[in-house]
Write a protein that binds this ligand. Structure first.
Ligand code: ZN
Length: 296
């Protein structure tokens, strides 16, 4: 099944939930960044989480950035979602390779690090973006994200994220869910949510059986009657362009650009999120410099 996002609410109105299947976009991220399995898993979990959070933004043109910066070898992991849930992302050190955990699973926690910060930036096209941060709990990302919602936004949240990497290092399955309590939810509702999550088991196992996100939600929230609010296709989507890269060159200022022309001649810019490479010849750079000098 191609990637998609499903948003639902319980019929009693106390629980809202969202789930994604993200195999294709995670595989795309792997191919762009040439991540090894533990990097694929960490970046894939972050992309799935950002997609679910980004889709919750109302206004078009707004975006959500999820940044996880631990003291592990992967360095900073960054994922950006538009308001539909289309994502792009990057990781500082994609070629990190560390031993598997004793249970045979990828050790995402050790690769991310146990000490660090999870930061959420919501850019709603207003003057100041909304920024919230929380210390990492263990670097497994799902628990860290749930803690972020509880601490920073006072929303009781359960989160499951999973990426399963095949023997040839391609992505076999990926996705996750985010379940949040709405005001007025009783202790019984909380017990039902927790019981459902526990009974359903790990996300990767559920996705391996059936990677339809609606089916994922129905299995994790088996004790609730769900009303499906939205089903949206999602993909790996970057908004870079030659114009934006040109703007980045111009933002260097005339002195820096002059230096670049003298030292390098031409310039080749690669997008940090995708495989878009743009070349600027010496003549093109000199024209840009002349334009800048005319304006000042
Ligand atoms: Zn790009």
């Amino acid at each position: 099944m191609s990637d998609r996002l499903v948003r639902a609410i319980s019929k009693d109105g106390f629980v809202k939930a969202v789930a994604v299947s993200t195999r294709d976009l995670t595989e795309r991220a792997r191919q762009i960044h040439k991540t090894l399995p533990v990097g694929t898993a960490a970046l894939g979990r972050t992309l799935a989480a950002a997609s679910m959070m980004g889709n919750a933004l109302k206004s078009s043109g707004s975006s959500l950035t999820l940044q996880i910066k631990g003291d592990g070898p992967l360095g900073k992991i960054l994922a950006v979602s538009d308001n539909e849930g289309n994502v792009r992302g990057t990781v500082d050190n994609p070629s990190v390779d560390i031993p598997l955990r004793s249970d045979g699973k990828l050790d995402v926690g050790a690769a991310v690090g146990f000490d660090g910060m999870l930061t959420v930036i919501r850019d709603l096209n207003m003057k100041e973006p909304y920024v919230g941060s929380v210390g990492l709990l263990g670097g497994e990302i799902a628990e860290d994200l749930a803690a972020y919602f509880v601490e920073s936004e006072q929303i009781p949240t359960a989160c499951g994220l999973g990426v399963l990497v095949d023997r040839d290092q391609s992505v076999l399955t990926a996705g996750g869910y985010l379940i949040q309590l709405l005001p007025g939810a009783s202790d019984d509702v909380i017990t039902m949510v927790e019981g459902g999550i526990y009974a359903a088991g790990p996300v990767t196992e559920l996705l391996k059986e059936d990677d339809d996100p609606e089916s994922l939600l129905r299995r994790v929230m088996s004790d609730f009657e769900l009303e499906i609010l939205e089903t949206t296709p999602i993909e790996y989507r970057c908004y870079c362009s030659r114009e934006r890269m040109e703007a980045a060159l111009i933002s260097l200022g005339p002195e820096e650009l002059q230096k670049l022309i003298e030292e390098q001649g031409d310039a080749e810019l690669t997008c940090r999120f995708c495989d878009n490479v743009q070349k600027f010849t010496k003549a093109q750079l000199e024209t840009m410099l002349l334009d800048m000098q005319k304006k000042t």
